[in-house]
Ligand binder design. Structure first.
Ligand code: ATP
Length: 139
């Protein structure tokens, strides 16, 4: 495990408040241009995030968080993720996410039949959120 001198602080915030706070020797996020691993003393950056899993590793431990879009800011060994919604693995209600997934699939079918591009786009994002939650919960 890394010593205390070489860890990052990780914070994940949403409009509901702080979802996660912890220390890490390797933070792995999925940005819109690909997967990114951040270690101590990484250069400062700002990146847009996909609807995907964020992994906060510290030694043998790994916390998994479903982050549903947003952005990451990293500087001075502090990583802050601001997301519309995010859930820690243990807080995910899988039944709810499975219902949301089925609802989104049904909406996508209807929207495609009705050529309703706005509904289609919204439902596709809802589907991605639901699948992300299911994947993180079952990881
Ligand atoms: P649903 O249709 O089930 O409400 P959603 O994708 O529309 O899903 P959001 O609008 O993204 O939900 O989130 C609303 C709030 O509910 C947020 O605080 C989010 O973290 C929480 N949330 C959504 N789905 C789940 C879930 N499956 N387990 C735990 N918390 C969830």
């Amino acid at each position: 495990m890394a010593d205390n001198q070489s860890v990052l602080s990780v914070s994940i915030v949403t409009p509901d408040g702080q979802v996660y706070e912890g220390k890490s020797d390797l933070l792995v996020v999925k940005t819109t241009i690909g997967e990114l691993g951040i270690m101590y003393n990484h250069v400062p950056l700002i990146a847009s995030l996909e609807v995907d899993e964020t992994r906060v590793k510290l030694g043998e431990n790994e916390d998994k968080i479903a982050v549903n879009g947003g952005f990451l800011e990293f500087s001075d060994n502090v990583a802050t993720i601001v997301a519309d919604s995010a859930e820690r693995q243990d807080d995910i209600d899988v039944n709810r996410a499975e219902s949301a997934r089925e609802r989104a699939k049904a909406t996508i079918e209807k929207a495609q039949a009705a050529h309703d591009a706005d509904s289609l786009a919204r439902a596709e994002v809802a589907l991605r959120r639901a699948i992300n939650r299911i994947n993180v919960a079952k990881h």
